[in-house]
Design a protein around this ligand. Sequence first.
Ligand code: ACO
Length: 324
Amino acid sequence: MGTAILGTGSYLPERVVSNQDLEKIVDTSDEWIRTRTGISTRCIGGKGDETYLLAARAAVKALQMAELSATEIDLIIVATISSHMLMPSCACFVQKEIGADRAFAFDINAACSGFVYALDLADKYIQADPSKKILVIGAETLSSRTNWEDRNTCILFGDGAGAVVLGHVEGSRGVIGAKLFSDGKLWSLLHMHTAASCNSELLQAASPGVHIVMEGREVFKYAVKAMEEAVLALLEQEQIALDAIRLVIPHQANIRILNKLVERLGIGTEKVFINVQKYGNTSAASIPIALDEANRESRVQAGDIILFCSFGGGFTWGATLVRW
Ligand code: ACO
């Protein structure tokens, strides 16, 4: 018995931006982007694609699959670093949009690890009160936080949202366990400022604007090592063998990070779900979008053990095991 995923949903903005489109904006090439990152296209939102609207569209699909109405939801947690407002939270806007009138709602910020963190939090709420039904959403419009003149970063990110509905079920189905980590000492390697402070004494002297700033090579090194350690620590904690995992759904940052991780763990590539080529890095949304695709393509079957693993700004990282 445990916290089961009762439904999944995702939503990607309609506008698809190719590497060739980016060649017209910055000094780059399709070949460079594909070989360094594995990305060919990404979806970029426009008017009417604010983060909460992407989140709400993904949530509605997850609710339909779970055969639940929005008014049956007790809690909405949105993992995001790109809400259109700092206050109210993105989750409160989602609540309004879908009519989840009975729920309480809040956001969490764990960057690309946000979904894995939020899933753990929701699992704890359901363990404490098995009657609760919870929507966990990862949603981002990183296009609004990207410096479109910086070729080092603007080629990497995309917009989108993924959602899951969680509830208690009897039997062996559900969240098996999680291992979460962070290291704030390494913040500067991957970060994003807030808007300028109105208090002039608190104003950052050299604020580069509300853009993602990244030391790509350093992030790469830490990401591979940290995700490997998180996965191994979780398998040890739960006494589960690597071979027992049916599908790995990693944070879709970069194909080279994923290839290195797979090589170091010794997992067959056929067991790893990858869609980074289509959507780029959608931060907190990447795992729930991939999960929804895997689910709708019947890549997961009842009883399968699935592994999520992620790494992002903070640094934050972690892994989760779920029995489908
Ligand atoms: N097009 C063409 N050339 C480029 C581009 C571009 N878009 N971006 C950088 N270059 C150039 C650099 O200027 C540099 O040129 P130089 O040698 O003349 O100075 C050269 O390419 C090599 O640059 P590096 O940064 O060393 O390239 P690298 O091979 O490390 O690849 C990349 C860069 C893809 C960002 C890589 O470091 C990486 O994947 N890092 C992981 C970062 C990541 O995925 N972050 C996402 C957020 S965190 C997360 O989600 C896990």
